[in-house]
Design a protein around this ligand. Structure first.
Ligand code: SF4
Length: 286
């Protein structure tokens, strides 16, 4: 007798939801490409999570509680999800989520230190072969650069970074790549003609975040700016002041930018919240 279990998972890392799994005793049908929900939709219309667990150990990571694992367990290792590459190949063939750009990854990092990241390369190669646009988001720094040859015309490279002082990075993202390595990765990608973007979230040190925008003004095509959430210490930050300065600083660079929804209430009515190709796409309306 085959016993079938069907359940829904809703994991969250920095408010990012992951897909539904249908698990059967004899076979696993997973949605490799899925449409994110909630705040994650601000980032992309399609995503793929290749791994479980993350060794980067960020202090603000909410994934462990969301997946009911202890922090120690979640950050102690990383596993490739069983069958994920086969499922991705199938979903690409089937045109899952239309032709939306696929983000790697929300619930883990595609380039982790001390890990074999060849599955990430395989996934990007599949997207490239299928002419499916993709975007990478990582704190892996130059570990990602070995795969930049796959991006041509199809891929965007993004890093999460909100610090300029590596001592802050060590305190908050102890096992992720250094600030220097992440900046080098962005600059390398940009020099190769790859569209670059930075997820500046969570902003824990506002002055450093604003300095970063200036430091990388020639290297970043798009900024995505989000506040620090779920921590009482964030209440001591003047978010109104930061939001105003972030908008002005991004406009001064001429790069595209997007304020995450959680910052909109700190913007002045009418302030620009989304700016693309020199055009205002959205403003705060209330
Ligand atoms: S990179 Fe940091 S925030 Fe993202 S999954 Fe890994 S530990 Fe969590």
């Amino acid at each position: 007798m085959v016993v079938t279990m069907i359940f829904r998972c809703s994991h969250v890392v920095e408010s990012h939801a992951v897909p539904t799994y249908h698990v059967c005793k004899e076979e696993i049908h997973m949605d490799a490409i899925y449409e994110p929900r909630g705040a994650a939709l601000e980032y992309c219309e399609a995503a793929c999570n290749l791994y479980r667990g993350c060794v980067h150990g960020c202090r603000y990571c909410y994934a462990p509680s969301a997946v009911r694992r202890t922090r120690e367990d979640f950050h102690s290792g990383r596993q490739l999800r069983d069958g994920i590459l086969d499922a991705l190949r199938r979903d690409l063939f089937a045109g899952a989520c239309g032709d939306s750009r696929v983000l790697f990854c929300f619930t883990s990092d595609p380039y982790q230190v001390g890990c074999d990241n060849s599955a990430t390369r395989a996934a990007l190669e599949m997207c490239s072969a299928a002419s499916r646009p993709f975007a990478v988001l990582t704190k892996g720094g130059m570990r990602a650069a070995d795969d930049f040859d796959i991006y041509e015309g199809n891929g965007w490279f993004g890093t999460t970074l909100a610090f300029t002082d590596d001592r802050s990075r060590q305190a908050w993202e102890p096992c992720a790549a250094s600030v220097e390595s992440r900046i080098e990765a962005i600059r390398t990608a940009h020099s190769l003609g790859i569209r670059t973007w930075v997820s500046m979230e969570p902003v824990i040190e506002p002055a450093q975040a604003l300095d970063l925008v200036i430091e990388l003004r020639h290297d970043v095509d798009e900024w995505r700016v989000g506040r620090w959430n779920h921590d009482a210490r964030a209440n001591s930050i003047d978010w109104t002041e930061f939001t105003s300065r972030a908008i002005r600083t991004c406009l001064d660079t001429g790069a595209d930018f997007m304020l995450k929804e959680a910052l909109h209430r700190y913007a002045c009515p009418g302030a620009i919240t989304r700016y693309v190709d020199g055009q205002v796409v959205a403003r705060r309306t209330a």
